[in-house]
Every structure is written in C-alpha cells, then in structure tokens.
Design a protein around this ligand. Structure first.
Ligand code: HEC
Ligand code: HEC
Ligand code: HEC
Length: 184
C-alpha cells in the first residue's frame, strides 16, 4: 500500500482503535491479576521472604476474614475508596514502574533466594518506608481513618492519639507499627 494514501492512514487508525480496545479490556484483568497477593507473593520468587513475613505480620492473619493484599499497602491509591481519574493514572503509572522494577530483578535473579532477600531487606525496607512517608501513608490511611477510631474502654487514649495525628503529615505509622506489614 502506498504510504501516502489515505487508505493507509485509515488502516493505521483502525488498527490503533482495535489494539486500544483490546488493551483496555484485557488491561483491567491483567492489572487485577498481576496485583493479586497470589501473584505478588508466589509467582515471583523474589518475594518469597516478603510473602512469608507478610503472613506472619499483623495483616496476614486478621481474624475478621478481611483480606489485605500486597498492593493495598504498596500501590498508591489502591486502598483509597473513590479516586479521581488523575489518581487512576497515577496508580497505573506507579504499578507499571514497580512492576517493571520487580520483573527486571526477577529476571536478573538479584533476589532469587530468601538469603539474598533477607540480606537486601534493610535497603528495600528503607526504600518502601521512604516512599510511604513521601505519600503520607496514603495506603494505610485509605483503610484506617485516623479521625474515627472507635475508642476502646481499656485504651481510650489510642483513638484520641490517632485523631491528633490525623492531619499531621509527619506521622510515621511504621515507626510504631513495625509489624503491620511484615514480621521477620
Ligand atoms: C499492611 C501493609 C502491607 C502489606 C499488606 C504488605 N506490605 Fe510489604 N511492606 C510494608 C511496609 C510497611 C514495609 C516497610 C518495612 C517493613 O515493615 O518491612 C514493607 C516492605 C516490603 C518489602 C521490602 C523488604 C522488606 O521485607 O521489608 C517488600 C519486598 C514487600 N514489602 C513486599 C510485599 C509483598 C510481596 C506483599 C504481599 C505478599 C506485601 N509486601 C504486603 C507494608 C505492607
Ligand atoms: C486494605 C485495607 C488496609 C490497609 C491498606 C491497611 N490496613 Fe491495617 N487493618 C485493616 C483491617 C481490616 C484490620 C483489622 C480490623 C481493624 O482492626 O480495623 C487492620 C488492622 C490494623 C492494625 C491493628 C492490628 C491488630 O493486630 O490489632 C494496625 C496497627 C494497622 N492495621 C495498621 C496499618 C498500617 C500501619 C498500615 C499501612 C502500612 C495499614 N494498616 C494498612 C485494613 C488495612
Ligand atoms: C506514636 C506511635 C504511633 C503512630 C505514629 C501510629 N500509631 Fe497506630 N497505634 C499506636 C498504639 C500504641 C496503638 C494501640 C496498640 C494496641 O492496642 O496494642 C495503635 C493502634 C492502631 C490501630 C488499631 C486501632 C484499634 O482501635 O484497634 C490501627 C488500625 C492503627 N494504630 C493505625 C495507624 C496508622 C494507619 C498510623 C499512621 C497514619 C498510625 N497508626 C500511627 C501507636 C501509633
């Protein structure tokens, strides 16, 4: 086909539309599948130690039957209930970035044994907590509304204390809740 013909241009547009529609419809399920705890925790062996320690951590064994997955804490806005379109783009971008980083690591085998993973843990944990601080623990806050903790009879101060921290961007949840995500 002559590259200058309008048929060529038309065909390109058509191909673009078809691919676009296919990506959008496959995309949502790929995005969900690759974000499942099953996928993050078992498909990538780089995450063996993180998965095991997650299961021992505070959210890996909730009695309520409520499931908190890897991405709920690790992906920006994942746990936030209603988000704007700009935030959806932010979420997908963050997902694409961290997914790519994990995939490269997986292929290179930088973290293919639990020993290597434990050795790398301080550095990785710092990376994660730095990121969480930089987004003001948006993922934790998406599920835990610091303004609305139910005051318990035996520890009434807990609700008050969190309420006081609700609007404080310097609140470092993991400094106090060291086993919220993982317990080694
Ligand atoms: C309740 C929130 C939460 C959940 C759920 C969670 N994490 Fe984490 N994760 C954290 C926090 C907080 C850190 C930072 C330091 C720490 O506590 O280990 C972290 C750190 C990490 C690290 C850096 C190394 C390390 O272990 O510290 C990896 C890798 C990781 N998580 C992977 C995962 C995977 C895979 C899952 C799911 C199987 C998961 N996380 C589930 C909160 C969570
Ligand atoms: C997807 C939702 C979700 C996310 C994200 C989440 N949590 Fe939770 N968390 C829960 C649920 C559900 C419970 C158990 C019920 C409750 O106490 O509210 C819980 C319980 C807790 C508890 C009490 C655990 C216990 O054993 O009593 C702490 C502390 C906590 N979360 C801190 C955090 C921190 C810190 C983060 C961020 C690193 C975080 N959570 C992220 C849903 C979440
Ligand atoms: C200065 C330390 C400190 C910081 C910072 C902190 N917490 Fe807590 N948190 C506590 C203590 C202490 C308790 C009570 C623990 C207990 O009852 O065993 C608690 C309890 C909780 C609980 C359980 C509440 C309940 O009623 O059972 C959740 C959920 C929680 N914190 C989430 C968070 C989140 C999310 C952040 C960050 C936005 C955060 N906390 C920051 C110290 C802290």
């Amino acid at each position: 086909m002559n590259k200058n013909s309008k048929w060529y241009a038309g065909a390109l547009v058509l191909v673009g539309v078809v691919v676009g529609v296919a990506l959008v419809s496959a995309g949502t399920s790929v995005v969900h599948w690759s974000g499942s705890t099953q996928f993050c925790g078992t498909f990538c062996h780089s995450m063996d130690a993180a998965y095991a320690s997650f299961q021992k951590g505070q959210h890996g064994k909730l009695n309520s039957g409520y499931e908190v997955g890897c991405v709920d804490c690790h992906l920006k806005y994942e746990s936030v209930k209603s988000i704007s379109q700009a935030q959806v783009v932010g979420l997908l971008w963050h997902k694409a970035q961290s997914g790519t980083r994990s995939l490269i690591g997986e292929i290179q085998g930088t973290m293919d044994t639990p020993e290597k993973q434990i050795a790398m843990r301080p550095e990785l944990a710092k990376h994660v907590t730095d990121w969480m601080k930089s987004v003001n623990y948006v993922t934790c806050r998406g599920c835990h509304d610091l303004n609305n903790f139910k005051p318990s009879k035996d520890k009434p101060m807990v609700a008050q204390m969190h309420k006081a921290m609700a609007d404080n961007p310097a609140t470092d949840c993991v400094a106090c809740h060291t086993e919220a995500g993982h317990k080694y």
